[in-house]
Design a protein around this ligand. Structure first.
Ligand SMILES: [Zn+2]
Length: 371
């Protein structure tokens, strides 16, 4: 294992933050990138990453790694340092108001002009050419802000990978994941081993999240040059939502780390026999099939459905109560689906997103992620 320090542009005099990455099995050509807590306060993933660090060290010593691994257990030192009177503020950058998992750059078109004249009739050479072009792009791009420096540092490492695992969590949630239809067959074993209960697929979800930005250049270049040259399949992205923010325990973290290792064995990234994965709990569904239910007015939130409940169209999921006027407003499922995520806060402001259901059929278009 070796450790690298990536200093970020300092936002303010007297501060200097850095991203620290750990590298294992570096002689291998296949690459796996894993990071945790991109939104800052997502500690289930950070705990899993810590167990993974120990597992990967042992596997490297035993000569079992069949891929080069890059692990970033603390992907967002900016957000980790955001506190307001004792309350940790993740998700949004307090200086700019931006969501930490949005606005990652799309490089496909820029790279197309850079690699057009160097591609060959050899697929693995082309993969290397693309990896080097991504690396050169970020080496030569000067970040204007600390947030941009953090985004570029993570992208520079992650975009090189064959498999990119982004460890997040939700407010209160079932274990679930986001990936693309193109990557899903390869990601399915990971869903099985982890016991993921909801798998949300979208080619483009909108908002430029990290996972999509990492695979976008590979897809764009394959589309552009695939007729003339043998193009590599490219990066497989997955965002794992490891339950809710408070679901941090040594037992669960170790179990999740072992599940990820098993899936990596099954995928051939680590030597060994994986054994038989458990069955997939629910089939994958379109991200466009998720129903987001908002509070129409302020009040106390009383949930009427637990996480994991299957709700039919027309059923009440929660109620918004005004204890002064006795107004009770039921939040009713329009389409229905499984309750996979709920807000942790029990007081709603008008318009607040309260609960999310994963339905079987696509009903929405445009920007599909939570805004
Ligand atoms: Zn997140």
């Amino acid at each position: 294992m070796h450790q690298q320090h990536h200093p970020l542009l300092s936002a303010s005099l007297g501060t200097q933050r850095e991203i620290i990455s750990f590298h294992f099995g570096e002689d291998n050509k296949r690459q796996v990138y894993i990071q945790a807590a991109l939104h800052g306060d997502e500690l289930p993933g950070m705990a899993v990453a810590w167990f993974l660090k120990k597992r990967l060290q042992a596997l490297e010593c035993a000569g079992q790694l069949k891929a080069a691994f890059t692990l970033v257990p603390v992907a967002n030192p900016l957000a980790l340092g955001q506190h307001w009177h004792g309350t940790h503020l993740g998700r949004f950058h307090t200086l700019s108001g931006q969501d930490f998992n949005r606005k990652f750059p799309s490089l496909g078109e820029i790279l197309a002009t850079k690699v057009a004249h160097s591609l060959t009739q050899n697929e693995s050479d082309n993969k290397q050419i693309i990896r080097e072009a991504i690396d050169r792009h970020y080496r030569d791009t000067i970040a204007k802000t600390e947030l941009e420096a953090q985004r570029f540092t993570l992208m520079r490492m992650a975009s090189q990978a064959d498999l990119m695992i982004d460890l997040h969590c939700d407010w209160e949630a079932l274990p679930h994941l986001y990936t693309t239809p193109h990557a899903w067959p390869d990601i399915e074993p990971l869903a099985r081993w982890l016991g993921s209960e909801v798998q949300l697929l979208a080619q483009i979800s909108g908002g430029e999240p990290f996972d999509e930005a990492c695979c976008e250049p590979w897809l764009t270049l394959a589309e552009r040059f695939g007729k003339e040259y043998p193009m590599p399949r490219g990066l497989l992205p997955v965002t794992l939502e490891l339950r809710g923010v408070r679901d941090v325990s040594p037992e669960q973290a170790e179990k999740d780390a072992d599940a990820i290792i098993q899936a990596l064995v099954e995928g051939g990234y680590i030597a060994g026999e994986a054994g038989e994965a458990p069955a997939l709990i629910n089939p994958a569904t379109p991200l466009a099939g998720c129903e987001y239910i908002h509070a129409p007015h302020s009040g106390l939130i009383l949930y009427r459905q637990a996480l994991g409940a299957w709700v039919k169209a027309g059923e009440v999921v929660a109620e918004i109560i005004d204890p002064i006027t006795d107004q009770i407003t039921p939040l009713i499922a329009e389409f229905g689906g499984v309750v996979y995520a709920r807000h942790w806060v029990r007081f709603a402001t008008a318009g607040m997103l309260v609960v999310r259901l994963a339905g079987e059929n696509a009903k929405r278009a445009g920007s599909l992620l939570v805004e």
